[in-house]
Design a protein around this ligand. Sequence first.
Ligand SMILES: [Zn+2]
Length: 491
Amino acid sequence: MKNKKPENKQESVQKPEKSVRNREFAVITYCFIGLFLCLMGYFVYFQIEKSEEFINNSYNSRQETFAEQIIRGEIHSADGEILAKTETDSEGNETRVYPYGNMFSHIVGYSTKQYGQSGVESWANFNLLRSNAFFLEKTVDDLTNQKSIGDNVITTLNYDLQSIAYQSLGEYDGAVIVMEPATGKILASVSKPDFNPNTVEANWEAIVADKEGESALLNRATQGLYPPGSTFKIITALAYIQQNPTDYTAYTYSCTGSIQKNESKLNCFSGEVHGNVNLETSFSESCNTSFANIGLNMNLKDFTQTGEALLFNQPLPVSKLEVSKSRFSLDKNASISEIMETSIGQGKTLVTPLHMLMITSAIANDGLLMEPYVIDHTENYEGAAVKTYEPVSYGELMTIEEAQVLQSYMQKVVEEGTGSKLKGMSYQAAGKTGSAEYGTNKGDSHAWFVGYAHRDDKEDIAIAVIVEGAGIGSAHAVPIAKSIFDMYYRY
Ligand SMILES: [Zn+2]
């Protein structure tokens, strides 16, 4: 009994000491947790709200601060090729490296200290200069003054298609652009003349020097404005169908090789005489005089409205890509020769290859346009997904019925008309050729092809090709499209 009391005393003395210590510990712990939460909150707020605008503003000195903390991430093709990466030497000097040189120069772009960024390097600057490496890893990097590894950007680009498009265009200037109509994914985008992004800083003066007014930095696929030539007959035919919905199939015209109205005269291509044509054969044989006749018989205001519904005279709904606005108009004061020229894609009308590709894709997709995009997703350097970009629907450019009529016309171009080099393959191709005259020399023309291909076991792909100064579309643009279709449907 006696022994128990001191023991109890001891206990009764110890208990308050323990609880005071516990309380102190709890207070300190809560303080730390509170501070930590504040920091985390600010961190998250900064990451989500502030960092994008800081990083993307190229005039902001914060960008250099990020570049000092993060090793710029890599850019990949959809099929796993590294299109851009940063190499660090033993002294810590970083070099941006583009393993495929000129091949992806416009679409992937360049990243320089002195001249900023272009292409995906510019659009995804924020993602590339952000690290979603493990938080602990980044904290250790911070404490040891090491750079964290930035996130990788995975594009929609397909290496094989880009490669064949680049090779097929060869020595010509021009553009080739390929898209998946069902999603809007850009699979390939080539523009020539091109440049080597590895040496863009060293060769800047030479690269920006004008080549007949246009720098090699111009992305002709999205910014080049060209006369559409006969590819514009897609738009003229649609306008005619919309103005004559019940009897457009009854249209007939007798082509004698030329059409004269008042003082204005227009010929079919290369002295051809097409004889009796309807709307479908006017299209598949690309009869200029019939389309000039169609233009003369249309309501010009409604014709312009058809053009505007197809996104002429307005910014294209495109995520990130820098695009030029296409131009088309025919007001009530338009001269007869202007109406005839415009109806066959000459006159003042100008389009970008991307725009023609979007119209073609909408036709292939039963009228529905998906917005083109190039960045599929971002991931941290270990491959964990960070952000995925889903396809976005722009809406209908035309009705399903109208799209299906144009599909059948474009199929006929391949079956019986100017696109016959695409006939009899493992896929069913459809499209429209064009030879767009430019400049003052009669006969100088850009070769065009726009079209798409279908095979049941794969997604459809659509293509726009323009070969500057090459001549006839069927001879110079169709073979390029064919090499790309052949590659895509090779197995
Ligand atoms: Zn004709």
